[in-house]
Write a protein that binds this ligand. Structure first.
Ligand SMILES: [Zn+2]
Length: 125
């Protein structure tokens, strides 16, 4: 019951911006260094994605769209494997996609750091 309420509150926040729990999670790395961390922009990107703003999602946090696409494909493959025996088990492919996601995460972090440190461009205003 409590988990359901928490999930509903999080979905409400992501979909409408209404924060009924009053929770705020500032990025501590950003707070102390004034630089973005490898995860900065993820929440903003998820919110943009839930609002159907794909380009804003990609701008804020490119690895997220990759992760979502891979996750949906993985779940479809698991469903097909479990219920219809179609294709082989998708277990082995997961690790490769985790490495790709991590590479994307580090690459976008480097781009954001270079933009900020070399050009004074703050990704999030
Ligand atoms: Zn951060």
């Amino acid at each position: 019951m409590a988990l359901g309420i928490c999930i509903a509150a999080v979905l409400l926040y992501f979909c409408t911006g209404i924060n009924i729990l009053g929770l705020k999670y500032p990025c501590l790395f950003n707070k102390f260094t004034h630089l973005c961390c490898p995860g900065c922009g993820g929440t903003r990107a998820m919110r943009a994605l839930l609002h159907g703003e794909i380009l804003k999602c990609i701008y804020d946090y490119p690895p997220l769209i990759y992760g979502v696409v891979v996750y949906v494909a993985f779940m479809v493959r698991c469903f097909l494997y479990k219920h219809f025996g179609i294709r082989k088990s998708p277990d082995g492919a997961v690790v490769k996609h985790i490495y790709i996601f991590l590479a994307l995460m580090i690459a976008q972090w480097i781009v954001k750091l270079v933009a900020q440190l070399a050009f004074g461009y703050y990704w999030f205003i």
